[in-house]
Design a protein around this ligand. Structure first.
Ligand code: FCB
Length: 453
C-alpha cells in the first residue's frame, strides 16, 4: 500500500445540473423547457416527480455556496438553464435569468471556487422543441447564438466552458429510447439529433473563444465501456456494436474520424438511416472536429455484452460478482482506469477532466442526524485510486468532479435516487453533510490518505 498524491494543481470539485437542482421552473421570466413539459406529462417520471421545486437552489444558492466552502471545493460544475436566459430559445434575452448566473459566478469566485459552466444539460427550450428539437438543424444554429449570449455575459469571469453534457443521452436516450425528454422513439430522428448536437458544439467553440479569451473549452461525453460476456464471435460483435453505439459514435467525429464506418453500415442494414447520412452537410465534420482544450469524461459503470439471440453461443465466462448500486449499475473502478487510458492513447485529448463520477445509495440521516454512507466513500476511494493509476501512466487528467454536490432530481427516476455528498430533505429543504462529504473535504485538504494497492 502506498499513499496516492495527485498533481499539485489537480482540481477537486462537484457537479450539478440546472433542471436537477434549481426549481423555480416558471419564475422571473423563465421559459418552459422540454423537461418541464415531460415531467408534467403523467407517466413519464417515476412517482410523478417534477423539477418544479427540486432543491430550490434558485433561491438557496448562497447557502449552497456556503456548503461548497465548508467542503473546501476547488471547482464547481453547474449548468445554465437555456430557457431561463432565452425563454424562446433564440432572440430576446431574459435579464433576470442572466443575472442569476452572473451572481452565482461572482459568489463562487469570491469563495475561491472555480466555475465550470455547462451550456446544455438537457433542458432545451420547449419553443425549440415545438419547431422540431434537436432533429432539426435550426436548433444547432440557435445553440450557437445562445453560446454567444452566455460567453458574452460571463466570459470575462468564467474560464472553463463545457458545451454539451452527454450527447448520447440528449439524442439516443431522448429521441430513440424515449426515456428522457421529449420521449420520442425514432431512430433516424435520434441520429440526426446526435449530429446536430455535435455540430452545435463545433459552432459554439469559436464563439466562446471569441468572447472568453484564454478560456478552456471542451465537451463532456458519457462513456460506458463494453466488455464481452464470452470470447464468442457473437458476443464480440455485440461488444463492438454497443461500443460503437454508445461511445465511438460521439468521440470519433470529435477527434476528426467521422462517424464509425462499421456503425454506419450496421445502421443502414437495420433501416435506421433510410436517407443515409443526409443530415451531414459539406464541412460539418470539420466543424465538429474543432480543436478543444479538454475532454470531459463522465464514468459510472461498464456494460457486459451478451448476444442473447445467438444460437450455439459459448457460455458466458465474464460473470464477476461485483456489487451493484441502487441504479443497478455494477461497481467497476477498473473501467475508469482502462477508459482514461484508451481515450489518452487512442484519441489524445490535450487534457481530461472526470466531469462526473459518483453513486446512488439512499442512506439517510440516523436518529442523531448522521448519514453513514460508507459505501459511497468506498466507491469514491476506489475510483480516485483508479484515476490516480491512469495519471501515473501519463494520462493528462486535470481534475475530478463528484456527481453530485447534493441529492437531486434524477431525471426519469425522480427523487428515488440519491447521488449527493449532501443529503437533501425535500420536505424541509434541509441539507445534511453525509459522511462521504466530510471524507471528501479531508481528501481535498490532503488530511486523509487515498490508498492505492
Ligand atoms: C448522468 C447525468 C447526470 C446525472 C448522472 C447520474 O448521466 O449527466 O445529470 O443524472 O448521470
Amino acid at each position: 500500500m502506498s499513499q496516492l498524491t495527485f498533481p499539485a494543481n489537480f482540481l477537486w470539485g462537484t457537479a450539478t445540473a440546472s433542471y436537477q437542482i434549481e426549481g423555480a421552473w416558471n419564475e422571473d421570466g423563465k421559459g418552459e423547457s422540454i423537461w418541464d413539459r415531460f415531467s408534467h406529462t403523467p407517466g413519464k417520471v417515476l412517482n410523478g416527480d417534477t423539477g418544479d421545486v427540486a432543491c430550490d437552489h434558485y433561491h438557496r444558492w448562497p447557502q449552497d455556496i456556503a456548503l461548497m466552502q465548508e467542503l473546501g471545493l476547488q471547482a464547481y460544475r453547474f449548468s445554465i438553464s437555456w430557457p431561463r436566459v432565452q425563454p424562446q430559445g433564440r432572440g430576446r434575452v431574459n435579464q433576470p435569468g442572466l443575472d442569476f448566473y452572473s451572481r452565482l459566478v461572482d459568489s463562487l469566485l469570491a469563495a475561491n471556487i472555480t466555475p465550470f459552466v455547462t451550456l446544455y444539460h438537457w433542458d432545451l427550450p420547449q419553443a425549440l422543441q415545438d419547431e422540431g428539437g434537436w432533429p432539426a438543424r435550426a436548433t444547432a444554429e440557435a445553440f450557437a447564438e445562445y453560446a454567444g449570449v452566455m460567453a458574452q455575459a460571463l466570459g470575462d469571469r468564467v474560464k472553463h466552458w463545457i458545451t454539451h453534457n452527454e450527447p448520447w443521452c440528449a439524442s439516443l436516450l431522448s429521441y430513440q429510447i424515449g426515456e428522457h425528454a421529449p420521449g420520442w422513439q425514432d431512430w433516424p430522428a435520434a441520429l440526426a439529433a446526435a449530429h446536430h448536437l455535435l455540430l452545435s458544439h463545433g459552432w459554439a467553440v469559436p464563439v466562446i473563444r471569441q468572447h472568453s479569451p484564454a478560456a478552456e473549452v471542451g465537451i463532456t461525453l458519457n462513456f460506458t465501456p463494453a466488455y464481452p460476456a464470452s470470447s464468442s464471435q457473437a458476443d464480440l460483435t455485440a461488444t463492438r456494436q454497443f461500443d460503437g453505439y454508445f461511445n465511438r459514435w460521439f468521440v470519433d467525429p470529435l477527434y476528426g474520424r467521422h462517424y464509425p464506418a462499421d456503425m454506419v453500415a450496421d445502421y443502414q442494414k437495420a433501416g435506421y438511416l433510410p436517407q443515409g447520412l443526409n443530415f451531414v452537410c459539406s464541412g460539418d465534420m470539420d466543424v465538429i472536429a474543432a480543436p478543444t482544450d479538454f475532454l470531459g469524461v463522465n464514468y459510472y459503470t461498464r456494460t457486459v455484452c451478451r448476444d442473447e439471440q445467438a444460437e450455439d453461443n459459448l457460455p458466458a465466462t465474464l460473470m464477476a460478482d461485483l456489487p451493484r448500486t441502487e441504479m443497478d449499475w455494477e461497481v467497476f473502478p477498473q473501467g475508469l482506469y482502462e477508459l482514461l487510458n484508451r481515450l489518452h492513447f487512442h484519441y489524445g485529448p490535450r487534457k481530461m477532466y472526470v466531469t462526473e463520477n459518483g453513486v446512488s445509495y439512499s442512506d439517510g440521516p440516523d436518529g442523531a442526524g448522521r448519514v453513514a454512507d460508507e459505501r459511497r466513500v468506498a466507491y469514491l476511494q476506489a475510483h480516485f485510486a483508479a484515476a490516480h493509476r491512469a495519471v501515473q501512466n501519463g494520462v493528462p487528467l486535470a481534475g475530478y468532479f463528484v456527481w453530485s454536490l447534493m441529492d437531486n432530481f434524477e431525471w426519469a427516476k425522480g427523487y428515488s435516487q440519491r447521488f449527493g455528498l449532501v443529503h437533501v430533505d425535500y420536505q424541509t429543504q434541509t441539507r445534511t453533510l453525509k459522511d462521504s462529504a466530510l471524507w471528501y473535504r479531508d481528501v481535498i485538504r490532503g488530511s486523509v490518505n487515498i490508498w492505492g494497492a
